[in-house]
Design a protein around this ligand. Structure first.
Ligand SMILES: C[S@@+](CC[C@H](N)C(=O)[O-])C[C@H]1O[C@@H](n2cnc3c(N)ncnc32)[C@H](O)[C@@H]1O
Length: 204
């Protein structure tokens, strides 16, 4: 399928305006809730690496003088991050996270782990754990008991709208699947506030 400027194909990660508008339409007044939830667990005095950072909205929820670095594979988001004056770099994380060991106190990732669940999830989590000096915090949107399965139609629509050269089609986790997956990587689940669950890996 080819993409042109006016096509809806892959529109979600093309520009922050479209991404934020769609998130607002989907979540309404709760569209920023995830940033407030994860903020409770971040050591704000330390350095923060935001993995799959999108347009870096998370930065607004952190202390002004903290060291913040964003990584993403959307050229549109990287451009927006640079315009905001935020430190960032482009990387397709299926190819690994090219940073030195223990470089950031807090490594965080919001609503993005599912994108890797059928591909490079294990190596991505290993990379995050290697780079974190103190902890890795993962917040994910999960399906609960009553919305256990995302319909095939919803999944197809999402696949069409989110298509990119780096994205691998995937499914959202159920809460149980997320818990199992993170536990097998040494994380502890510390919060579940529908539809978000948070897991933490603490470095000893
Ligand atoms: C659902 S958005 C979440 C963005 C942001 N964390 C937030 O909460 O708004 C998923 C993000 O993952 C990024 N992403 C998906 N696959 C990626 C990959 N292979 N490498 C790097 N970033 C990727 C997308 O570009 C997008 O910014």
């Amino acid at each position: 399928m080819t993409r042109n400027k006016f096509s809806l194909f892959g529109i979600v990660y093309r520009s922050p305006i479209i991404y934020n508008l769609l998130t607002f339409l989907k979540k309404g007044p709760a569209h920023r809730k995830r940033f407030r939830i994860i903020r409770d667990y971040i050591d704000q005095g330390g350095s923060i690496l935001d993995v799959c950072a999108g347009d870096g909205t998370m930065r607004r929820y952190l202390m002004e003088n903290c060291k913040y670095l964003a990584v993403d594979a959307s050229r549109g988001f990287i451009q927006a991050l640079r315009k905001k004056g935020l430190d960032c770099f482009y990387a397709d994380l299926h190819q690994g996270l090219p940073l030195a060991e223990n470089s950031y106190d807090n490594v965080i990732m919001l609503i993005s782990l599912y994108e890797f669940r059928d591909s490079s999830l294990n190596s991505l989590l290993d990379d995050c754990k290697r780079i974190a000096a103190k902890k890795v915090i993962i917040l994910e949107e999960v399906l609960s008991g009553d919305t256990r399965y995302e319909s095939l139609f919803a999944r197809r629509v999402r696949k069409y709208l989110c298509a990119t050269e780096y994205q691998v089609t995937s499914r959202l986790f159920t809460f149980e699947e997320f818990k199992e997956c993170l536990k097998s990587h040494g994380f502890e689940i510390i919060r579940w506030e529908n539809p978000y669950a948070v897991g933490i890996y603490k470095k000893v």
